[in-house]
Design a protein around this ligand. Structure first.
Ligand SMILES: *Cc1c(COP(=O)(O)O)cnc(C)c1O
Length: 250
């Protein structure tokens, strides 16, 4: 059995240690618990252990699970730890971190995601903007950058990011909060370091050019189970960790 509570505590301790090592405030790093293919009951176990932010990759799976998790949290199964806020409900939030097709933009914009981390093209952004506006929402988003320049990978190429950012600034219902990346698969976490450093440098460059930072200092979403400590050392504000919390996916 995977001890979700113990895993969470260990991951948080490792994030805090990595932040301190690099002279950063551990509170500047938020943990996104990646719950794709993790059932609602186990997500609620993580909520009861104090986790409030989750990441999902697949829209239909996420929609079904978000309702189920809300249902469970409203019932007695959640336990007293899950009911920390005065309304008696734990405030759980969700980031969308998967590949998104433009024809699913309506569902994504109207599901309760507090952020979509994977904007990599204008067509998708326009569709999300239109549906978020129609729903009366402002949708925080990140631009996914293909820092490794890999041919089949999602993400805008670094050279094309400025043009995309300029166009996104014109979309009234989207708020570009920062950048996200998934570096090339690596055998060792240190191999990811230059890619994480590159994302940070790009964010700094784009902020200097006025392309990023309109809504506060840019967020960097980078680092997964295998390399989140290196990502924190290189400036991550959001780390997306699944396996190290929930165990191997089925
Ligand atoms: C699955 C996934 C993660 C988490 O990966 P783990 O190795 O299980 O921590 C992070 N980010 C994205 C975009 C993912 O798809």
């Amino acid at each position: 059995m995977t001890d979700i509570g113990a895993n969470l505590a260990a991951v948080k301790a490792r994030i805090a240690a990595a932040a301190r090592r690099s002279g950063r405030d551990p509170a500047s790093v938020r943990l996104v618990a990646v719950s794709k293919r993790v059932e609602a009951e186990r997500i609620v176990t993580a909520v009861a252990a104090g986790q409030r932010l989750f990441g999902e990759n697949y829209l239909q799976e996420a929609q079904a699970k978000i309702s189920r998790v809300n249902e469970l949290l409203a019932g007695p199964e959640a336990g007293p730890e899950a009911s920390l806020d005065p309304t008696g409900k734990a405030e759980v939030s969700w980031h969308f971190i998967g590949h998104l097709q433009s024809n699913k933009a309506k569902a994504a914009a109207t599901t309760d995601f507090t952020m979509v981390e994977t904007i990599d093209r204008l067509k998708l952004a326009r569709a999300l903007d239109r549906h978020a506006a129609a729903a009366g929402r402002l949708l925080p988003v990140l631009v996914q950058v293909n820092v490794g320049g890999e041919a089949q990978k999602a993400g805008v190429m670094p050279e094309q990011a400025p043009e995309l950012l300029r166009s996104l600034a014109e979309l009234p219902a989207l708020r570009v909060m920062g950048l996200m990346t998934m570096p090339p698969m690596a055998a060792h976490p240190e191999e990811s370091r230059p890619h994480f450093a590159r994302l940070r440098q790009l964010a700094e460059e784009f902020a200097r050019q006025g392309l990023l930072g309109a809504h506060g200092s840019p967020l960097l979403s980078m680092g997964m189970s295998a390399d989140f400590e290196v990502a924190v050392e290189e400036g991550a504000n959001l780390v997306r960790v699944g396996t190290a919390i929930f165990g191997p996916r089925q």
